[in-house]
Ligand binder design. Sequence first.
Ligand code: FES
Ligand SMILES: [Fe+2]
Length: 388
Amino acid sequence: MRSTIETTSESSVEQRLERQLEELIASGPEPAATPASQIGTAAYTSPDRHRREVAAIAARPAPALASSELTEPGSFVTTELSGVPLIITRDRHGGVNAMHNACAHRGSTVETRPNGSARIFSCGFHGWSYQLDGSLRAVADAPLFSSEPCERGLQTVPCEERHGVVWVTARPTDDSPTVADWLGSEADELLTELGLGGMVHHATVDYDLACNWKLLTDGFLEIYHLKYLHRNSIAPYFPANLSRVERLGDHFLALLPKNRLVSTISEQPRERWEVLNGLTAALTLVPGTVVQWQAGHVELFSLRPDPADPGRTTARLTMLVPRDRAGETELWDRNWERVNVTIPDEDFAAAVDVQRNIAAGAVPVIQIGANEHCLVDHLAAVDDLSVP
Ligand code: FES
Ligand SMILES: [Fe+2]
């Protein structure tokens, strides 16, 4: 693997990317310096491993939705993360809150709509009500219920806005990290530089897939497949096998320059390069989130494993676009359509196909080339995750 991005010697992420792409283009695809290795396919099917991974995912921040989806005080969305039913709100002070969507009285679902605007939440079972931050507002017929005042509201969980995304830790422990701590300074700086915080929601879709969540991240960690799997879609825009994948703290960053950028870097002076406009950058955040930057927008993948089944994952794909260009709907709709052909029909379909063969016992091990070694590194990074 090439060296990790240094954070001290250069003034901006863009300059670092320029230097790295220049080196990459000059050196070309690297011949393997190590033999191929193997991954036992139990990594994608073992229930014990899956239980540990699900717990590690649930104890860390996950992207629940885009900040811009909670437009005003009272906006709310209901969702499920790591099997936990949640209401996520914007309160009167502009802050965000996440709470269990299960009544503190006898556990009924409090809010049944997928999203909307509310002043308070009222439980349909016995009429208890809650404020936007989950605190208990009123117990129905309180004098009949108890001789003492009740205080317990909805159970809240950590919820933070950062980089234009609402991150929620569905099953926190005492040591669960903040979003900044979990990202680490290098990934945090990259997301700042990419301007994620100035982006707004364009579209969201959920894909329910019959595969392990790691087979989905694997697709963002190697470019070996691009020229074959994507031969009828995006392959013509990229040089084959030319990518750089490296660690950003606990995470992985893959840089894929497009043909156009390769020519620009080879032929034009540095001030014309505009590297951020000519590359695809996929930041795989361990565990379970991928932020992919390309064509002026961001694709946010939130991989949500079925807590009980290692062979099932919901991949929530959200497209974010720059706030000041959000009105260019035709362009973004076209990009959205393209993303929703390439990734589900090609990458996701390949992952489901592989899982089927693994589950059939047809593939006891998979072979990992030196050019794919980040798959092994990613698996090791997942193994290193404790339940904090
Ligand atoms: S379960 Fe909600 S008020 Fe009784
Ligand atoms: Fe792909």
